[in-house]
Design a protein around this ligand. Structure first.
Ligand code: ATP
Length: 261
């Protein structure tokens, strides 16, 4: 089986600054991964690279990047196989858009489904199915302007899932959620993983990492700082090295927490 991702010696340069620096990263199709690192370390740029929003820097040294085994991708096909939930997406929908439209827009990679696009009965079924899976099927006709953060986030996850992607990339999906909602989201991601969806989660908070995500990739200053199993990397030494501060890490029943000494 081909790997989901294979990056070899890949850099991203913006405005003359090397934001990702000769990254080597392979993620198998059965893996679920959390990507952690300080603000500005390059996590979101990595996501943009995978989505085709930014391109590898054509360095003197050769690089290669394969996604689901392919070197070249039609961006539209790629985006149906890789669902993304990110904070910037949340701000880009107008308040009058309904939950159904938000979810349906996932079929077209757009922010509005009704601009000359046909939503088939099969698509409607999938919209309802994913809405029900996220527990928001009663909100389908609601405009998003009055939604809570948790409801909106669920709508965006349903949107990302509507094309039955192989992989879901979550860029800080728990930011702004309260402790109870975070725990619900963690369990929801575990259920999705059980159902066969693979997750790559970018996060600042170790307690966001679902039980079923067992690999951690640490990014520091645009480089892979460390990469391995959760239980080997989420400890005082490694996390303190990553953040450049005295960090204490604790775990209870597979959920990790960190705090500054
Ligand atoms: N278009 C750009 N031009 C110049 N620098 C950029 C550009 N985009 C990002 N950067 C810089 O690249 C670095 C990495 O940014 P990135 O958003 O990938 O970090 P991040 O790890 O996702 O941070 P955060 O956790 O704060 O979201 C930052 O220093 C950022 O300022």
């Amino acid at each position: 089986m081909e790997n989901a991702l294979e990056l070899s010696n890949v850099s991203v340069v913006r405005d003359g600054v090397r934001i990702l620096d000769r990254i080597n990263l392979t993620i198998g199709q059965d893996e679920n991964v959390a990507i952690i690192g300080l603000n500005g370390s390059g996590k979101t740029t990595l996501l943009k690279l995978l989505r085709g929003d930014v391109y590898p820097y054509d360095d003197d040294e050769p690089y290669s990047m394969r996604i689901f085994g392919e070197r070249h991708w039609n961006i539209f096909d790629l985006r149906t196989k890789m669902g993304v939930v990110s904070m910037d997406l949340q701000d880009r929908f107008g308040g009058m858009t309904t939950v159904r439209e938000v979810i349906g827009s996932g079929f077209f990679g757009s922010l509005d489904v009704f601009r000359g696009m046909t939503v088939t009965e099969e698509m409607e079924d999938l919209i309802r199915y994913r809405a029900a899976e996220m527990g928001i099927d009663d909100l389908l006709q609601r405009r998003i302007e009055g939604l809570s953060l948790g409801q909106m986030r669920r709508a965006l996850i349903a949107r990302a899932l509507v094309t039955n992607p192989r992989m879901l990339i979550l860029d800080e999906p728990m930011t702004g959620l309260d402790i109870v909602m975070k725990s619900k989201f963690r369990r929801m991601f575990d259920i999705l993983i059980d159902s066969g969806v693979r997750i790559i989660m970018i996060t600042h908070d170790l307690s966001d990492i679902p039980l079923s995500v067992d690999r951690v990739v640490m990014i520091k200053d645009g480089k892979i700082y460390d990469d391995g199993r959760k239980e080997d990397l989420l400890n005082d030494d490694k996390v303190s090295g990553l953040y450049g501060a005295d960090v204490k890490v604790e775990s209870t029943k597979g959920i990790y927490r960190m705090y500054l000494e």
